[in-house]
Ligand binder design. Sequence first.
Ligand code: ATP
Length: 239
Amino acid sequence: RASAPLLAVAGLNAWYGHSHILQGVSLEVRAGEIVTLIGRNGAGKTTTLKSIMGLVPRREGRVTFAGEEILGLPAHVRFHRGLAYVPEERRIVPGLTVEENLRLGILAARTRAREAARIEAIAETFPRLKQRLRQEAVTMSGGEQQMLAIARALMAEPRMVLLDEPSEGIMPILVEEMFAQFAAMKRAGTTILLVEQNVDLALDISDRVYVMDQGAIVHHDTAAALNADPVIQDRYCSV
Ligand code: ATP
């Protein structure tokens, strides 16, 4: 079933208390794709990622991953099935070095036996981290810590990563490096669903894009088509 999507979200609704935040979100990500979700602040992008990961208390609809329904499963079970999530807040552990933080990414994973090999592979993908493996992680710059959060998620060799605004608050030069790394992750076979305000850079590395507004998907297209459509970009993507 090569053509079946790796992740399929259909009619997803989510609530915080009495606020009905997601109102029928549907999207698909095929294996090997980078798909980006864009939209204004408060459109519901973070809530979509959290709902896919099982981190929003009340949710309804269908979320299938690798052909299996996962909507009712707890987040850690989704993780064991190969779905990783890097939240906007990076959760780097103070007092631990870069390498020790990386090891945390594999503690619970089935790939534990390959820990050393994973650290080596990740050091090749993230040269900035390779130079800093013995440095206390929280002494790194914000951008470097964001790379560490992403690298830590990759330690368990997930099939798919959900990335929430990785470029937020990061120097432009590091942002470009980070986006080049997303392209490298894709070449290495990782599927990516990205939430990003940095639309230009995101479009450059993405296959397809979904545009969100007020808790619903209002538009979707290939990144190339959206790149050539300033009207949609102006209407839905200005912060
Ligand atoms: P941003 O780019 O600002 O993060 P977003 O598109 O990711 O925006 P969400 O964070 O998903 O948007 O927020 C969608 C709506 O849900 C907003 O109106 C927000 O205020 C609300 N919301 C988010 N988290 C909570 C929460 N824990 N409790 C109540 N309401 C929430």
